[in-house]
Design a protein around this ligand. Sequence first.
Ligand code: KIV
Ligand code: ZN
Length: 531
Amino acid sequence: MANPSDRVLIFDTTLRDGEQSPGASMNLAEKLEIAHALRALGVDIIEAGFPIASPGDFEAVQAIAREVNGPTICGLARCAAADIDRAAEAVKDAAQPRIHTFISTSDIHITHQLRSDRKSVLAKARECVARARAQISDIEFSPMDATRSELDFLYEVLEAVIAEGATTLNIPDTVGYATPAEYGALIAGIRKNVRGADKVVISTHTHDDLGLAVANALAGVEGGARQVECTINGIGERAGNAALEEVVMALRTRSDVYKGLHTAINTKLLVPSSRKLALVTGLAVPRNKAIVGQNAFAHESGIHQDGVLKHRNTYEIMVPADVGLTDTELVLGKHSGRHALRQRVEALGYHFDDTQFQLLFEQFKALADRKKTVYDADVEALAEAMLHKGSTSAMWTLEAFTTNAGTGTIPMAAVCLWRNDGEIFKDAAMGDGPIDAIFKCIERIAGIEVKLRDYRVRSVTDGEDAQGEAQLECEYQGQTLRGRGVSTDIVEASAQAFLQVINRAAQKLGPARLNPYDVQPVAAAQEAAGS
Ligand code: KIV
Ligand code: ZN
């Protein structure tokens, strides 16, 4: 058995498995923005989506395949002819396209979900890989629920798909059940016992139901896997996937253990990428999240602070700057010029054309008039608002509002919204408070009602003139939608956050969308495939 190389490929599935986390769905402009950030970060493969899921998913995968140069662009497909053809169509314009096809191999899935048998699953796996390979040369195959599959059958399926031309074998711990020792041994066993395994890349795909996703991915690498499937901030189905930043920094920080294994990730972009994803999706990063959480490098206890001041290595195993956390965030003010702002905006990973930048600069000047100092978080908030404004998919934009509240008065609001066909709408309402009144106006104008589940306000930066950030979580037609708004006025921030939720809900009114876990029974899949 040949030794695998020292290079660990990073397969990012933020835009596919990650997007399946409740409340993380993104529109086309947002997906493109994240895909560009992933390219800059240095990921090897971007799983851009599940093209058959909806016309919007197809369009996003196709746009990423056409626009994002560098990484391999991958589309997901169930083992069904229609799925594979749709995925091939979506990725075909990429410089390096890939199809990722999957079918369950565990008896529990085969019997109860697919309502099929091992023989049909094996035949389907063969057929689908052959069909995909006839269209695209880079083919990844996943035996879903691999960690609960009977080993001999798993080996048989893997050997068969290698013979049909699969180039990567991905081994999903779909339900996050495996322990690191088991998962490492599973990967090593596949490398040893599956004929042809030395000619293909073995990949990990681990879920975090028991909090073991990263540990399992690393155990898989020790067992000989050379591709890791992961997501920024570990977002994903249920408890999420292995967090990209944790896998990358573990390999790098403990290179003494992972002997020379390396990735192509520019680690200095880990924190900016994490923040960008949180801003785009509204899914906040827990403060204590490893590598990218706000507290990841904060030392609270006196003993720790004393140690770090004397010698950083006493309590710090990584250099904050290596993950993109700078001690000295550049502070801008009303005397800062275009050049300083442009530099800051680009360092934070945003790229605007001259017209957009001019508008951003004017907003920056207006903000600097209201606030003494403008921090990175303020610049990020302006840049994000600009991106959302520029996105044609945002149906509603806040034009103006006014509120009236106080002890002994009836809280009221009047709101004026702009619709993306150029029409202006106005309404006024009473509420339990000024924010409730604004939300009521917005709901009435948009004709969409959502259930508010969570509402939080916090300051983005330090100081009395800090901007306030409002974060909302709402339920709409059984789905979670999130919104975020930032302003020096928390009422405006709340209105912006609520409008983001309403715009997301308006998008959902489009055609229904499939989830890859809604696997069809094999018979139905065969029908869809016309076989
Ligand atoms: O977790 C899983 O099994 C998946 C497959 C689609 C690869 O996400
Ligand atoms: Zn998964």
